[in-house]
Unconditional design. Structure first.
Length: 446
């Protein structure tokens, strides 16, 4: 079977990436990701559900605020529809060669925006047909799609939260078309990242009204999606800032409160991006745990930020610690469900060899595969869980148990304190647990 679709190979000289194990010297091989290897009751590929992001891998050309593109995509300069077909071919060739089962895209990543609503709709319908054929040919599936409601100047003051109803309606036309495309492609999820849903100054902003509009907009999208047969999960992707100074979907806790306040938590879950957690001053694991505790962990944008600067660097994930912690939470949660690990990450501006895109994804996939293996060992050994359990043991019996069951009054607690006298100190043993984590991470394994 050929590993590319269409007539042209976009990554010649690079074949299907295979698993060669941790001792391999071949940079274009997996060291830890062995798709069919079983970990617990699932294969690695079933646990990890990797996805390639259209926008970073096949659209962005390496620009930054100071410089023009450094990557010469072969479709640049072609007629927009011809370019769309080439990009689609490149995406499916890349996903097939890297054994990635999913892809994600914004409407305008894949299809050119037209001059009118109707033209934009037609373009997306045509491209959806192209994508559907390529999905069939390759077996690669749609993890999620979304509408880009932040790049065009009309969205400079927001989309669903724009102070001008005309813009809100324009945004709705994009979401409607994107949902139709999703249903046609059998998408597993549909994402809302509120790129400019927020504000720069309260001097010109009615925050309450804007948030009410956002809730109303999401309800309409949910109702239309369900009406046309979307059975997947709607996802909100929190981010505290950038491009807007303050964004309404600040972090997981904020989004969960919002979803519950508006009764949206039956249809919506969260898509947690590691770099957005960093910007919100939270560890990646914190955001995942907040979602898991609420039963609303939906999917993950797997990347990393830079702790030394304050913007979204969208680098490929390489931190084993982060991956181990993330995978422990995901495994204990029972897996990602309809979600996956989407590499919302881009190459550095100076990584200009075609193979760099492969190396970046191989690194990210190996990081999470190793994280999965180590998390599984940690959970099976049970030491961390046992420690946490005994730390809370005073709530497992007697008055502690009655307190949890709501059977005690404040006076009862006071009387308990009197009876027990002075409190004995009990160490949290953080350093011991960190040493244990290192011991397990750096244990030799094949
Ligand atoms: C932006 C970001 C987006 C969303 C999809 O920071 O993460 O790419 O994932 O709109
Ligand atoms: Co993202």
């Amino acid at each position: 079977m050929s590993h590319f679709v269409g007539d042209k190979e976009f990554f010649p000289g690079i074949g299907k990436i295979s698993y060669e194990g941790p001792d391999s010297d071949n940079p274009l091989a997996f060291k830890f990701y062995n798709p069919e290897r079983r970990i617990g009751n699932k294969t690695m590929r079933e646990h990890l559900r990797f996805s390639v992001a259209y926008w970073h891998s096949f659209c962005a050309g390496g620009t930054d605020p100071f410089g023009s593109p450094t990557l010469q995509h072969p479709w640049r300069g072609s007629d927009p529809m011809a370019a769309a077909a080439m990009k689609a071919d490149a995406c499916f060739e890349f996903a097939t060669k890297t054994s990635m089962d999913y892809y994600c895209f914004h409407d305008i990543d894949a299809a050119p925006e037209g001059g009118t609503v109707e033209e934009t709709e037609r373009n997306l319908q045509l491209v959806t047909k192209m994508l559907k054929e390529r999905q069939k040919e390759s077996g690669v599936k749609l993890l999620w799609n979304t509408a880009n409601m932040f790049s065009h100047p009309r969205y400079m003051n927001g989309a669903a939260t724009n102070p001008d109803f005309h813009v809100v309606a324009y945004a709705a036309s994009q979401v409607k078309a994107a949902l139709e495309s999703n249903v046609e492609l059998g998408g597993a999820n549909y994402v809302f990242w509120g790129g400019r849903e927020g504000y720069f100054s309260l001097l010109n902003t009615d925050m309450k009204r804007e948030q009410e509009h956002l809730a109303r907009f999401l309800m309409l999208a949910r109702d239309y999606g369900r009406k046309i047969g979307f059975t997947g999960t709607f996802l909100i992707e929190p981010k505290p800032m950038e491009p807007t100074k303050h964004q309404y979907d600040f972090d997981a806790a904020t989004v969960i409160g919002f979803l519950k306040a508006w009764g949206l938590d039956q249809d919506f879950k969260l898509n947690i991006e590691a770099n957005h957690a960093t910007l919100a001053n939270h560890p990646f694991a914190h955001e995942l745990q907040v979602c898991a505790d609420a039963g609303l962990l939906g999917s993950v944008d797997a990347n990393r930020g830079d702790p030394h600067n304050g913007w979204d660097t969208d680098q490929f994930p390489t931190s084993i610690y982060d991956a181990v912690e993330a995978m422990m939470i995901i495994l204990k949660y029972g897996g990602l469900g309809t979600g996956g690990l989407n590499f919302d990450a881009h190459l550095r501006r100076s990584s200009t060899d075609p193979e760099d895109l492969f190396l970046a994804h191989i690194g990210g996939m190996d990081t999470f595969a190793l994280g999965l293996m180590i998390a599984d060992e940690l959970i099976r050994e049970g030491k961390l869980d046992a420690f946490v359990q005994q730390r809370y043991a005073s709530f497992d019996e007697g008055e502690g148990k009655d307190f949890e069951a709501g059977k005690l009054t404040l006076e009862d607690l006071r009387n308990y304190a009197v009876r027990r006298g002075a409190v004995q100190k009990r160490s949290g043993k953080q350093e011991m647990l960190e040493n244990y984590l290192n011991q397990v991470i750096f244990r030799t394994r094949k």
